[in-house]
Design a protein. Structure first.
Length: 220
């Protein structure tokens, strides 16, 4: 039994939802509202579960419904755990070199682009540094463009229907949520035709459709 603590518009939770869907795994979805009442992720009940006070968090229970001692956090760690424990519909290639390339593309988004544009950073820019919306938007666009320029070059070399050849991988799970947010913040994606093409291909698949933010029970 799996429980996923997330939020409908969290990019990191979005990645994990796609992974679960891709592997045909059922998980109880528990919403942690990142804005209401100052953010439910900061409340003692959730902070006790995940001291990082971030979503997602995954708990796997045994067949008796007893929760495991370990709560998994950080979306890439969760996805790799699921990929190793449930190897059907693998999200990483078997070849060592290919696997490193996919991880590189995934991390360029999850570790370079996303952290500079996630909610807590944007809130800090507004509240602590008193940046107005125009300055905050410029910050967001700058880091998206820097990351996407590099990724687009990798995709010219490695992509097929998806980021790495014609099989969905961890890189696609990271790319689709980041493009969702880029569209939300009105980033011009015309310089990145491979990124746009791959995301369109992914968004035709049920695993991605059913994980989309607007299709979550807590969307609103």
């Amino acid at each position: 039994m799996l429980k996923l603590y997330g939020y409908w518009r969290s990019s990191a939770a979005y990645r994990v939802r796609v992974a679960l869907n891709h592997k045909g795994l059922d998980a109880e979805q528990i919403s942690v509202h990142l804005v209401k009442d100052g953010g439910e992720q900061h409340k003692p009940e959730y902070a006790g579960l995940n001291p990082q006070e971030l979503v997602p968090a995954l708990i796997e229970s045994d067949s008796k419904g007893e929760e495991a001692d370990v709560v998994l956090s950080q979306s890439l760690a969760i996805i790799e755990y699921l990929d190793e424990k449930y190897p059907d519909n693998a999200l990483l290639p078997q070849d060592l070199h290919d696997r490193a390339i996919v991880r590189s593309m995934a991390m360029s988004i999850a570790c370079e682009v996303h952290p500079l544009n996630n909610l807590k950073v944007l809130q800090y820019l507004s509240k602590e540094l008193a940046l107005d919306d125009e300055a905050k938007s410029a910050w967001y666009h700058h880091w998206i463009d820097e990351g996407f320029r590099a990724l687009e070059k990798q995709l010219i070399k490695h992509s097929g229907q998806y980021c790495f050849g014609d099989t969905v991988t961890l890189a696609d799970l990271c790319l689709v949520p980041q493009v969702y947010n880029a569209n939300r913040f009105k980033v011009d994606l015309s310089p990145y035709p491979n990124i746009v093409r791959i995301v369109e291909n992914c968004n035709r698949l049920d695993a991605f459709i059913n994980a989309a933010p607007e299709n979550q029970a807590d969307a609103g």
